[in-house]
Write a protein that binds this ligand. Structure first.
Ligand code: NAP
Length: 243
C-alpha cells in the first residue's frame, strides 16, 4: 500500500535520535536510505548495520555539500524519491541575551538547511514526475515557547516553506508535508524534565513514535496529502488534561 519498496530516501540528521528511527523504519519498508549527517562515525555504523543503506557526510547548511549528496545518491541508486529534512539543533536564552550568533546558528541549520535540501532534490524529483518531501518542524512551529526564539522562528519558517513548496510543486507530482513532534526523549531534550509537561497520553514520546507518520508521508498511502501538518505530540498542543 505504501509502495515504498525499492525507492530511495535521503534522511538528514539520520545518524541518531529521531532521524535514526526514520532511517530504520524506512529501511524496514524496503527503502534504500542515504543517512546524511555531520556525525560520520555514528552514521557509518548505522549504514553498516542496514543492508543497502549508505552514509553521506552532510552539513545541511552547506549549499555545495547538498549538490554532492544528491549526485552521490543518483549515482548509487538512480533516484531521490523521498527527502526527510530532519537535521536540527536547538538553543535557548531570554531575548535580552539571545545573541545574533545563536540566532544565525539555529536559523542556518533548521530553516536554511531545510530550504537547501528541498531545492537540491527538486530537479531529480521533477525528472521522475514524483517525490515526497517531509519537513520536520515541531510543536514550536505551531505555538510560542519561551527562550526558544530562534528555534521557534525557524520551525514556523519550516511550516511556511512547506506550504509554499506544496503549492508550487503539486503540479509536478511532488508532495511536501510537515511533521510536528512534541516532547521526544533524545539527546536534544535530555535537560528537560518531562514531569513539568502535561501530556494527555501521559508520557514523553520515544523516537519510534514518529516513525509511522514519516513512513505514511513518504509513501503512496498519503498520495493525496500535500501541504499538510501531522502533529505527533501525545496530545500536548490539543489541551491540558485536568490533574
Ligand atoms: P538530535 O538527537 O540532536 O539529532 C539530530 C541529528 O541531526 C544529530 O545526528 C545531529 O548531529 C544532526 N545534525 C545537527 N546539525 C546538523 C547539520 N548542520 N547537518 C547535518 N546534520 C546535523 O535531535 P532529535 O531530537 O533527534 O531531533 C531531530 C529533529 O526533530 C530536529 O529537527 C528537531 O528540531 C526535531 N524535533 C525534536 C523534538 C524532540 O523533542 N526531540 C521535538 C520537536 C522537533 P550532531 O549531534 O553533531 O549535532
Amino acid at each position: 500500500m505504501n509502495g515504498l519498496a525499492g525507492r530511495t530516501a535521503i534522511v538528514t540528521g539520520g545518524a541518531r535520535g529521531i532521524g535514526e528511527a526514520y532511517v530504520r523504519a524506512l529501511h524496514a519498508e524496503g527503502v534504500r536510505v542515504v543517512i546524511a549527517d555531520v556525525l560520520a562515525d555514528q552514521g557509518k555504523a548505522l549504514a553498516g548495520e542496514l543492508d543497502g543503506a549508505r552514509f553521506a557526510a552532510l552539513d545541511v547548511a552547506d549549499e555545495a555539500a547538498w549538490d554532492a549528496v544528491v549526485a552521490e545518491t543518483m549515482d548509487a541508486f538512480g533516484a531521490v524519491d523521498v527527502l526527510v529534512n530532519n537535521a536540527g539543533i536547538a538553543n535557548a536564552a531570554p531575548i535580552e541575551h539571545f545573541t545574533l550568533e545563536k540566532w544565525n546558528a539555529v536559523l542556518a541549520v533548521n530553516l536554511t538547511g531545510t530550504f537547501l535540501g528541498c531545492r537540491a532534490v527538486v530537479p531529480a524529483m521533477k525528472a521522475a514526475g514524483r517525490g515526497s518531501i517531509v519537513n520536520v518542524s515541531s510543536v514550536e512551529g505551531l505555538r510560542g515557547s519561551e527562550r526558544l526564539h530562534g528555534y521557534t522562528a525557524a520551525k514556523f519558517g519550516v511550516r511556511g516553506l512547506t506550504k509554499s513548496l506544496a503549492v508550487e510543486l503539486g503540479p509536478a507530482g511532488i508532495r511536501v508535508n510537515s511533521i510536528h513532534p512534541g516532547f521526544i526523549r533524545t539527546d536534544m531534550t535530555v535537560r528537560i524534565d518531562p514531569d513539568r509537561l502535561q501530556i494527555p497520553l501521559g508520557r514523553p514520546g520515544a523516537p519510534g513514535d514518529l516513525a509511522g507518520a514519516v513512513v505514511f508521508l513518504a509513501g503512496d498511502a498519503s498520495a493525496y496529502l500535500t501541504g499538510a501538518e501531522i502533529v505527533v505530540d501525545g496530545g500536548m498542543t490539543t489541551g491540558i488534561p485536568h490533574s
